[in-house]
Design a protein. Structure first.
Length: 369
């Protein structure tokens, strides 16, 4: 069982890090390690990095010294603990790992950035999953209380969506994310073009009025335990985070569609190598088509990195290409009355999930999640 394995793994990793969970916060994050990139960047890095193999954990202890500060992190290989569909023939040279590190906020932030620079890339969670965290907690007989919700108010302006800024929300006496959204934040979205994008949630978990701890989860799949927090709820939640993050990687980065069939205690997974993604319109029809058309009918720059080039403009079909300036990846969008189809443009074999996420954010209020 993944939860049992994670619980033991986290406990052993904490010992290797030499930290006290009563005094320091602990961060757990699903990441994807590219072996060739990792080895290459270890040799080229300007700061000191030492890597030791942890045979008992099937992982590595990474010790980093940068600007006279020392950091430590444990990377535990998850490949053998995941469903069959994530074996080597699908993941290639990418290894799913659990990154575990502790310390104050600045230290944990520094470790996170350094891991990305070393080729240990972060995963991500869908908004639908983030908004259902409280349900996952309650399904295990525990009580959930929202403490802080950090969200971004994104707005529609002209031919693009722009972030209206990040804000913190401190609800009082709110026991569900749905209540926090519907009663307090969704009224904001009544204004045309606004929607709520959750960046992180801090919450408290209780059992029979006894507080088990405070936890923070964010869109990048980071689960942080406040000092003194109980490990068991974290392991329960982390098991779900692992599955969601790996599935997102398979679907959006490798281009596989994951289907799941559950019956009693048997769960089967199926993979189909797909070349495109279809996103259904919330309200199919000519109004949807015209709204999307305003984004794509003319050459434009969305944000700082996305270049929009119209290819074919008709009715009821529109074709446009979006290029990521940073990576050179390109996606072709085919828009009809029913929705939007995305497929890699010629020469773009792999499309990063962050690229797809930024494209979909342009049409967030018009398409189904």
């Amino acid at each position: 069982m993944l939860k049992v394995y994670l619980l033991k793994t986290i406990s052993d990793a904490v010992k290797e890090l030499g930290v006290s969970l009563k005094e320091q916060a602990l961060t757990l994050q699903v990441r994807f390690l590219r072996e060739r990139v990792f080895e290459n960047r270890l040799n080229k890095t300007r700061f000191k990095v030492e890597v030791a193999t942890l045979s008992s954990l099937q992982g590595r202890l990474i010790e980093i010294e940068k600007k006279k500060k020392k950091y430590r992190a444990v990377l535990v290989t998850l490949e053998d603990k995941l469903p069959l569909f994530t074996k080597e023939e699908f993941l290639g040279d990418v290894v799913p790992v659990l990154a575990i590190f502790a310390g104050d906020r600045d230290s944990r932030k520094a470790v996170s950035k350094i891991l990305s620079r070393l080729g240990v890339y972060r995963g991500w969670l869908r908004q639908k999953f983030v908004k259902s965290i409280d349900d996952l907690i309650r399904q295990r007989g525990l009580d959930f209380e929202v403490l802080t919700l950090v969200y971004e108010l994104r707005m529609y302006k002209g031919i693009m969506f722009k972030a209206g800024g990040t804000a913190n929300f401190w609800p009082k006496g709110v026991s569900s994310i749905k209540e926090a959204l519907e009663e307090y934040l969704h009224p904001i979205t009544k204004v045309s073009g606004y929607y709520i994008f959750i960046k992180s949630i801090q919450f408290k978990v209780k059992y029979d009025a006894y507080t088990l701890g405070r936890y923070i989860i964010d869109r990048w799949g980071r689960l942080t335990l406040a000092p003194g927090a109980n490990l068991e709820p974290a392991a329960e939640l982390l098991a779900e985070i692992v599955n969601n993050a790996v599935r997102n990687y398979l679907e959006y980065t490798l281009g596989y569609r994951v289907s799941e069939i559950s019956k009693k205690s048997i769960r089967l997974y199926f993979l189909e190598n797909v070349k495109s993604i279809f996103i259904e319109a919330v309200s199919p029809g000519p109004i949807f088509f015209e709204n999307v058309k305003t984004f794509l009918k003319e050459p434009a720059l969305w944000g700082k990195d996305l270049l929009i080039f119209p290819v074919e403009i008709g009715n009821p079909r529109l074709v446009s290409m979006i290029i990521d300036k940073r990576t050179g990846s390109a996606v072709t969008l085919i828009v009809t009355y029913n929705g939007i189809r995305l497929l890699p443009s010629p020469g773009s074999r792999n499309v990063e999930p962050e690229f797809i996420d930024r494209i979909l954010s342009m049409f967030q209020s018009l398409i189904r999640e």
